[in-house]
Design a protein around this ligand. Structure first.
Ligand SMILES: [Zn+2]
Length: 444
């Protein structure tokens, strides 16, 4: 049976992928123009906000009957650059429909959601029935570079347009396979970010006369210490619930029950230290501790001159419940006080409860389509537009549904930002129905 919502979603997805919104420069306005055209055909005039030329954001509010708080749906329209286009099996903006996939940059991050949202506005407006509460659709620019021309700007300058009780955006709604089970993750927490520059100073001099206290020697020691460091473990409600669900469901019976009891931060830390290079450990560690990754280095301009100053840039991420100051004191404990720290970019972490009516409806909707899959709360170590929207007090979940059995050799996390980004047609189709059903159950 063919569903109209599926067909329309696929059509919008292909069109949106074919519009190159690589950021930089973004050029999201071209995608906004397409969205606006579609909306006008069903009699809707969207609000378009362009903080800079070419950086369009698009907002539609479907007025509800006021019986419920508003629900905001968000998708960013920009994509990361395609990299080496020759390495792609199908050109990154071709939106090729091949082998059961739609190919192209943005296929999963996150034009599938942008397309679903558009098809859903059409569907609801054709229905001609007012929802119980407002439904707000927000397509944003500039997520991949921090939202200065997108969500961050809208939250600062146009909060009146964004009024809602709940919000749905990245990251979640897709499967994570663990122990032979598929878990559908839903972001309920997001780490904070704190990017900082380390600076060391020493005496400059001739390269033939080495100095163990030179700026470069000092920064090298700091970098080495940070790269080897495992900062302290901190527990969060989201990660505890994630772990508990995964262990009880993936390991049924008494072993699972025992595993659940035996889980403690201390035990996990021991496991992590024992097997630092295991894939699972690498994946879980950022959800348990604040992390630091050295990403940029700079010192010197001549082979025979010891430079007076050396710098390194560190991408730091800290957990919900932690403060920036607490995080930086963990860093100082590793590198000592002799290294200067200058903050260059920051964003606070956030965490919301999974014991809400909306979360329960997300769970019910997923189980209705895939009874064997379990919804679990997820702590996102990365960064999304949700960081800005949550500042307005919106209860924010990550749920951009790609529900169903993933094809062999494909997983969401492995295709995001990678060459040959692609999305399985069947998952998009079912996803569009899941999202529509979710909104219908909640708002009609
Ligand atoms: Zn994204």
């Amino acid at each position: 049976m063919a569903f109209e919502i599926e067909e329309r979603t696929l059509q919008h997805l292909k069109k949106l992928i074919s519009i190159n919104t690589s950021n930089p420069p973004g050029n999201e306005s071209e995608a906004v123009a397409y969205i606006s055209d579609v909306l006008k055909q069903v009699g809707i005039q969207p609000v378009v906000i362009e903080p800079q030329k070419g950086r369009g954001n698009c907002i539609v509010r479907l007025k509800g009957k006021g019986e419920k708080g508003g629900l905001l749906l968000n998708s960013h329209l920009d994509v990361v650059p395609a990299g080496n286009e020759k390495a792609w099996r199908n050109p990154p903006f071709s939106a090729a429909d091949e082998g059961g996939f739609i190919w192209g940059r943005g296929a999963v991050d996150m034009k599938h959601m942008a397309a679903m949202m558009l098809a859903i506005v059409e569907e609801i407006s054709l229905k001609g029935v007012a929802p119980r509460g407002d439904i707000v659709f927000v397509w944003t620019a500039d997520e991949e570079r921090g939202g200065e021309c997108g969500a961050r700007y809208l939250v600062q300058k146009h909060r009146d347009l964004l009024e809602a009780e709940y919000g749905i955006g990245e990251v979640g709604g897709f499967g994570l396979s663990l122990g032979g089970k598929t878990f559908i993750i839903v972001q309920t927490a997001e780490k904070g970010l704190c990017w900082f520059r380390l600076r060391t100073a020493g005496l400059s001099g001739h390269g033939s006369m080495p100095d163990p206290e030179s700026s470069v020697a000092k920064i090298s020691r700091a970098i080495a210490a940070l790269s080897d460091a495992k900062l302290p473990v901190h527990s969060t409600r989201t990660f505890s619930m994630f772990l508990e669900s995964v262990i009880t469901k993936a390991v049924p019976g008494p072993v699972g029950k025992f595993g659940k009891m035996a889980i403690s931060a201390k035990l996990l830390k021991t496991i992590m230290r024992r097997f630092p290079n295991s894939k699972v450990v690498k994946g879980l560690w950022p959800m348990m501790a604040n992390t630091v990754a050295v990403t940029m280095l700079e010192a010197g301009d001549s082979p025979n001159v010891i430079p007076q100053e050396a710098t390194a840039v560190v991408d730091g991420r800290y957990l919900p419940g932690q403060t920036r100051e607490g995080f930086l004191s963990e860093v100082t404990a590793v590198i000592g006080k002799d290294v200067d720290i200058e903050i260059i970019q920051e964003g606070e972490p956030f965490e919301v409860s999974s014991e809400t009516e909306l979360f329960r409806i997300i769970q019910e909707t997923v189980e209705r389509f895939e009874p064997r899959m379990n919804v679990v709360p997820f702590l996102n170590p990365g960064f999304t537009d949700g960081k800005w929207f949550s500042k307005l007090g919106i209860i924010w979940y990550g749920f951009t549904p790609l529900i169903g059995v993933s094809p062999e050799g494909w997983s969401t996390f492995e295709t995001i930002h990678a060459v040959n980004e692609r999305v399985p047609v069947e998952l998009v189709k079912k996803g569009s129905r899941v999202l529509l059903k979710l909104i219908e159950s909640w708002m009609f």
